[in-house]
Design a binder for this molecule. Sequence first.
Ligand code: 5GP
Length: 188
Amino acid sequence: MKKSKFIVIAAPSGSGKTTIVNKLLDEKTLNLSFSISATSRKPRDNEKNGENYFFISKEEFKNKINSNDFIEWEEVYKGVFYGTLISQLENSKEKNLIFDIDVMGGLNIKKKYKNQTLTIFIKPPSIIELQKRLRNRNSETESNIKTRVDKAKDEMLLADKFDYVVENDILETSYNEVFNLVNNFING
Ligand code: 5GP
């Protein structure tokens, strides 16, 4: 059996990462399945449990940490936990897995599965542009936006630890670039 490959797409919140991940999932030739993370944050209006995330309480999350159920987990924002469950990797079977996780989480997956993993950092054109995109999303409060922008500044300092950095200025161009990298890694 061919070993599954892992694709980590990491980027500051609001860089267009989710759009890119969803487009990749539609590409049949890549044979990708989405790694569903667990989180202690509340679902947004359009999100479904077991599809976007496994939405669990903070207490349940901490129990899972204690039972070593996670390959990696992070307190991405103060008091808000996100993590990749070992069961996601075990269930991937013959599919390749794509991870939409934060920068530290992505680098941890790479450390554990070096040869099997491709890491791509999606860079927003600028912090101002990122702020604009987060506001346009209309799902975050101003204080949430500030938290995300502050985190983005820190994350951008780690971009060069990724295998590739792709700037997301014009979506179609960046998508093609990402697709080629992923396709070469999986099918090349
Ligand atoms: P959001 O709340 O916008 O869905 O996600 C916030 C951040 O948490 C994003 O950067 C997202 O990629 C990251 N994230 C989602 N799942 C995981 C995970 O399993 N592990 C880690 N380390 N970060 C995650």
